[in-house]
Design a protein around this ligand. Structure first.
Ligand code: ZN
Length: 138
């Protein structure tokens, strides 16, 4: 695909350099059959360096994941070569089944059916804690 021109799709821009790959993994973009490009360390006047993800299809994205990994990222929706929507996502108050609790003694490690739920407990420092055992997400 020509990474500069997306006819119908999504461009996630202004991702802090280094977060692109994490976003790619947590969004499950590896499972898509359409073209996906991660462009790393793009020079940016505002940010120094940034990552960009281009998805050559209008898929449903889990916006909570974007708000969690990088609330500074911009989501651009492109339709017929035109930018039709541009938005950012605030840090979500709660994350459900986005990340997993790492505490081996947490109830989620024995109860397989339980949702992995984290709550934003400190917005300033972007700290999420497991609602069952209060272990900090990293
Ligand atoms: Zn836990």
């Amino acid at each position: 695909m020509n990474i500069d021109s997306i006819k119908n799709g999504i461009v996630i821009d202004h991702i802090a350099a280094g977060n692109g790959m994490r976003l790619y993994q947590l969004l499950g973009l590896d499972a898509l059959s359409c073209s996906v490009a991660i462009i790393k360390n793009v020079p940016s006047r505002k940010m120094g360096k940034k990552d960009i993800i281009k998805i050559d299809s209008k898929i449903e994205l889990d916006l909570d994941v974007i708000g969690y990994v990088d609330p500074g990222a911009t989501i651009n929706i492109i339709q017929d070569n035109l930018l039709v929507e541009k938005r950012t996502v605030p840090m979500p108050e709660q994350l459900t089944n986005v990340i997993r609790c790492k505490n081996p003694r947490c109830i989620t490690s024995t109860e397989q059916d339980l949702d992995h739920i984290f709550k934003l407990t400190d917005k300033e420092h972007k700290i999420y804690r497991c609602i069952y055992c209060e272990t900090k997400a990293n």
